[in-house]
Design a protein around this ligand. Structure first.
Ligand code: NAP
Length: 347
């Protein structure tokens, strides 16, 4: 079976996903009977590629690395992503453009356009799930296609797929987690004596901080993630603006020392809790002791505690994430979508 893809957004994650397709090409053919062809790739500033037959991914990656643009390749074009989505013959659109935490755009429009032409959609962009989940889920159902987004929270760590696939019938009562690596890393570095600015520069040097660190430091990234989680797992229908949000910006070295003297650490905790019919979302620095599941979640690691009615509390920890894990989320969502197509189901 041939699966034809359009990849919209081809930065760190898009390129890593393309390398994964090359690496797993034989395995996909042998184990899954799947021949994955990429027919289109779109970027904002490096041009796009569009073809009726499979692009040579190795050549595309090499050309982009060598020249910083797709210009010069025979399939080069300067069509917008929306035109590409409407003109290519792909079965599935992979949305990997930059996050906009306020509007979710242009990703929301890309996803709507793909669903409308009958493509299944996979994304790692949390904007659409945090800002328009109900609309996109309903649109996908109405068009009898699938919409998956495992990479939006904790990279490739199975969260949405874990609950959907392995906890049937469980009701999620609450969620609590360390969801922003940069804040966790920065507080940890401050505990070792660095200033916040030095710690942020260290996070940027490691490539874990957003270019605009306020997305991390002011809690916006964690707010978008807890909203995405609550929308999907708790039917919250909220946006990041509904989160009571306080990032780590106001945490001082003295606060960290005071906590340490009491045998505690400061962590940025995101929470979703049911309160009557409402769901309350918060992101704020909290002190935790050695008895907390979050005590040893240090550095760039993340963790999520899922409270359920039938399975009690489960905590999943991700250690030292890299782009590979996010690309794997896209890869595994692609395969789960193919399984659903083969089974004739919508999830
Ligand atoms: N990096 C991670 O580990 C990670 C983890 C979890 C989730 N994510 C999410 O995954 C997505 C991709 O992340 P990334 O690290 O790959 O980002 P990135 O390296 O900045 O790449 C973003 C890509 O999107 C393209 N793009 C941006 N706006 C566009 C537009 N209007 N039209 C067409 N293309 C557009 C960019 O074009 P140019 O190449 O021309 O700039 C670039 O190719 C983001 O939503 C991010 O939040 C990333």
């Amino acid at each position: 079976v041939i699966l034809r893809l359009a990849i919209i957004g081809f930065g760190n994650v898009g390129q890593e996903f393309a390398r994964m397709l090359l690496l797993k090409r034989e395995w996909l053919l042998r184990s899954k009977g799947l021949d994955v062809e990429v027919l289109a790739i779109a970027t904002k500033t490096k041009g796009s590629l569009l073809s009726r037959t499979a692009l040579d991914l190795e050549k595309a990656l090499g050309h982009l690395k060598a020249s910083g643009t797709f210009e010069g390749l025979p399939e080069y074009c300067d069509l917008t992503p929306l035109k590409i989505i409407n003109h290519c013959d792909a079965d599935m659109m992979i949305e990997l453009t930059t996050l906009n935490v306020e509007t979710g755009q242009p990703a929301i429009d890309h996803i709507k356009a793909a669903l409308d032409v009958g493509m299944d959609v996979v994304t790692a962009n949390k904007g659409p799930v945090a800002l328009a989940f109900d609309e996109l889920r309903d649109r996908a159902r109405a068009r009898s296609v699938r919409f998956r987004f495992e990479g939006t929270v904790m990279d490739g760590t199975p969260i949405f797929n874990l609950v959907e696939r392995t906890l049937p019938g469980c009701r999620v009562i609450g969620l609590e987690g360390i969801l922003n690596s940069t804040s966790n890393f920065v507080i940890g570095e401050m505990a070792k004596g660095l200033s916040m600015d030095e710690a942020i520069r260290g996070a940027q040097a490691r490539g874990i901080a957003e270019e605009d660190p306020s997305l991390d430091i002011d809690g916006w990234d964690a707010a978008a993630k807890i909203t995405a989680l609550a929308n999907v797992l708790m039917d919250a229908n909220l946006t990041p603006r509904d989160v009571e949000r306080e990032g780590v910006r106001a945490v001082g070295s003295q606060d960290i020392k005071d906590a340490a003297e009491k045998g505690k650490k400061i962590k940025l905790i995101a929470m979703a809790a049911r309160s009557g019919d409402r769901i309350r979302l918060t992101v704020k620095p909290q002190t935790v002791g050695p008895d907390s599941v979050f005590w040893s979640v240090d550095g760039t690691s993340s963790a999520l505690r899922i409270q359920t009615d039938l399975m009690g509390d489960l905590t999943i920890v991700e250690s030292g994430p890299a782009t590979t894990q996010t690309a794997y989320a896209v890869f595994s969502d692609m395969l789960l979508t193919v399984e659903a197509i083969r089974a004739g189901t919508l999830c």
